[in-house]
Design a protein around this ligand. Structure first.
Ligand code: FBP
Length: 308
């Protein structure tokens, strides 16, 4: 792979020197895939919302999405960097689309039938499943701020070790929630930055967080943000701070899309995220809830933003 590897990709892979060659090879796949291949940026299509939010809430706006094959095809046709899905969907698509796009097997899941304030996702797939299905990565959600954080951190410790032993990439969805935080606090800039740091310390290669708001949740943190005048006024400032919080930009931090919104709003948000030094976006509902042609156009514009 040396001959065609550019300096930026070489630099990014050097951040993971401690990993085995299989993991590096799989990271390289994400970095070289699709229309952003070789740029050091990535756009991923995650489709676990059927499980996480429920089928109608996820797919009624565009019923083609009830079929898992619809999504992987959308990701391939749009020239994306990867596609994430839970086990059941992966089993449907893995054979037909083998080798066409790097796949992330979502290895734990939570559903909305559990309304508790401190949810714990169940481990719903294994490293063995990921290997058998030809996936490049496992994906795992943690909920910092939950009273159950210990269980999730210990689970990812075990699974990440096994994934790395087997040459897979580890992607952590670091989503603060639970009784330790206010609702506003889930996306507070100090909390999102903290969540990125925790995921990095847990050994994630790719870290997925939500775009941070200007709110600061923790009193002790607030004093420090004020004392050192950490810029957090614009989304760009806040993204820069979150990326810095994950080993000074030496972990691949990507930002999620959130509930469906207008095209201009999505694009404006992504411009600011890119400006802040994000490595990319992982956008689900804002793409697959649109009709296919519209989704392809939006993804094309998102890719162009990251290419600039
Ligand atoms: P979206 O772009 O649809 O927000 O997808 C990103 C994602 O991380 C999904 O993988 C996950 O199902 C969802 O967000 C979780 O969203 P929430 O935390 O709002 O339940």
């Amino acid at each position: 792979m040396g001959a065609i590897m550019n300096e930026r990709i070489k630099e990014m892979l050097s951040w993971f020197d401690g990993e085995n060659p299989g993991t590096i090879r799989n990271l390289y796949r994400f970095l070289m895939q699709g229309r952003l291949g070789g740029t050091g940026k990535m756009v991923i299509l995650p489709v676990d919302q059927g499980f996480e939010h429920g089928p109608a809430r996820s797919f009624a706006p565009n019923p083609s999405g009830y079929d898992p094959a619809y999504h992987v095809k959308l990701a391939i046709d749009a020239g994306l960097s990867g596609h994430a899905a839970p086990l059941g969907s992966m089993q449907i698509i893995a054979k037909e689309y083998a080798g066409q796009i790097p796949l992330i097997l979502k290895a734990n899941s939570h559903d909305m039938l559990d309304q508790s304030s401190d949810p714990i996702p169940a481990v719903t797939a294994s490293v063995e499943d990921a290997l058998r299905l030809g996936c490049s990565a496992i994906g795992f959600s943690i909920y910092p701020g939950s009273i159950n954080f210990k269980q999730m951190y210990e689970e990812i410790k075990e699974m990440a070790l096994e994934a790395k032993r087997n040459g897979l990439v580890v992607v952590v969805w670091s989503y603060p929630r639970g009784s330790g935080l206010s609702k506003k606090g889930e996306t507070a800039v100090d909390v999102v930055a903290y969540a990125a740091q925790i995921a990095a310390q847990l050994g994630a290669h790719l870290i997925k967080v939500k775009p941070p708001s200007e709110h600061i949740e923790l009193e002790e943190a607030k004093k420090v943000y004020e004392k050192y005048n950490i810029p957090i006024r614009t989304l760009t400032d806040r993204v820069r701070h979150v990326v810095q919080s994950a080993f000074d930009g030496k972990r691949i931090v990507i930002f999620s899309g959130g509930p469906a919104k207008g095209k201009e709003e999505v694009l404006e948000e992504i411009k600011q995220i890119k400006e802040g030094g994000a490595f990319g976006s992982i956008v689900g509902r804002n793409t697959f809830q649109r009709q296919r042609e519209e989704a392809l156009e939006l993804l094309d514009e998102i890719i162009q933003i990251y290419k600039r």
